[in-house]
Design a protein around this ligand. Structure first.
Ligand code: SF4
Length: 361
């Protein structure tokens, strides 16, 4: 099977030169969602250990004027090449670079753009620039890169608590006042760049969801970059990335806590090799019984094979008709008979069956 490339590059003629434009092939709810994803500048004063743009690395440094970038994005959007933009920057000055990111988005809106805008701001920027970002973007955030205790070594020039977590609090306040920022705040970890365990990442992930109200957490698998202090470290595996996302969604969408999910980690603090939801189900299945007459979306989602979309489908069906037996459930959920043996013992279809069976007691 051929691998879908995440980035492609388009050549665009501007008023005085030809520029290469990076288009990122994101997906949203199973649909392709191409983004114009770029840095406004790659000049950086910092030396994060894994980063290709760190100050001590000799690379070509470039920046683009906000108006020019906005015009390119607008052109791509009008042509139907992109559905959204993602602007970020390296850090020469946190305030100035964040302001450039926000100003680009403001220009873009002023041109009449009504697509999706995702902004990444720089740790240490002002409340004012955060306020402006919340007025113009659909989603915004800062990258945490790593959990406390590991961050300091990985990003020695940034203070996690002061420059990032404090800014998330400000952003949360500003977001509440915003009509626009409905997709909430996000962040990104660099996964596997150091000795940090999955449990440590998960623990910080849970805190970011619960305490700071983040909507989305991305896990970028570490890849060694030549001429960086981590150039000889092994890359992070795709499996680790997938397991981390699976766990993160259980924390965010399934109403589960990290304590519930202890069983999914091995004794070293890394996720066991298997879907964490399935591992949890296998461990606790004797206690799981879902009454289909009153089950909530979250109750349904605890069952294997049922995610948010399918759970909604079942609830929708239940509004119109009863779910009296497996056949109804199969129609309501779209799950085939292959699932019957796994799921049926955990479903309650009618009053008579709502009494807790002997085997559960
Ligand atoms: S601040 Fe950002 S761009 Fe600069 S070195 Fe760190 S991760 Fe790289």
């Amino acid at each position: 099977m051929s691998k879908v490339k995440k980035f492609k590059y388009l050549s665009i003629q501007t008023s005085n030169e030809v520029v290469e434009v990076p288009i990122y092939n994101a997906s949203s709810r199973g649909e392709s969602f191409p983004l114009h994803k770029t840095l406004v500048s790659n000049f950086c004063r910092n030396n994060c250990k894994y980063c290709a743009f760190r100050k001590e690395r000799r690379i070509r440094r470039e920046e683009i004027a906000p108006e020019e970038l906005a015009k390119i994005s607008y052109y791509l959007w009008r042509k139907g090449v992109i559905k959204g933009v993602f602007y970020s920057s390296s850090i020469r000055d946190p305030e100035e670079d964040s302001e450039r990111v926000v100003r680009t988005a403001e220009y873009l809106r002023a041109l009449g753009y009504s697509g999706y805008i995702h902004l990444k701001l720089m740790p240490g920027c002002s409340k004012d620039v955060i306020r402006r970002a919340c007025k113009v973007a659909d989603r915004a955030g800062f990258n945490v890169e790593s959990s406390p205790g590991f961050f300091e070594d990985l990003c020695p020039d940034i203070d996690l608590k002061r420059d990032i977590l404090k800014r998330f609090k400000w952003m949360r306040e500003e977001m509440k006042k915003s009509e626009r920022m409905k997709s909430g705040m996000d962040t990104q970890f660099v996964l596997g760049a150091n000795e940090e365990t999955d449990y440590e990442v998960a623990s910080f992930t849970e805190m970011l969801y619960k305490k700071f109200g983040l909507r989305r957490i991305y896990y970028s698998p570490f890849k060694p970059v030549k001429d960086t202090p981590l150039e000889n470290n092994p890359p992070c595996s795709k499996t680790r990335e997938i397991r981390m996302y699976q766990l993160s969604f259980l924390l965010r969408d399934y109403g589960m806590s990290l304590r519930d999910l202890d069983i999914c980690f091995d004794e070293r603090g890394f996720l066991k090799n298997g879907d964490p939801k399935r591992i949890y189900f296998e461990e606790f299945k004797d206690d799981i019984l879902v009454d289909l007459k009153e089950a909530s979306i979250k109750d349904l989602m605890r069952l294997p094979g049922i995610g948010m979309k399918r759970a909604r489908k079942i609830i929708e069906w239940r509004r119109r008709r009863e779910i009296r037996d497996w056949r109804d459930f199969s129609k309501a959920s779209g799950l085939s008979d292959e699932w019957r043996r796994i799921l049926e013992p955990h479903l309650v279809f009618d009053e008579r069956q709502t009494r807790i069976p002997e085997w559960v007691r």
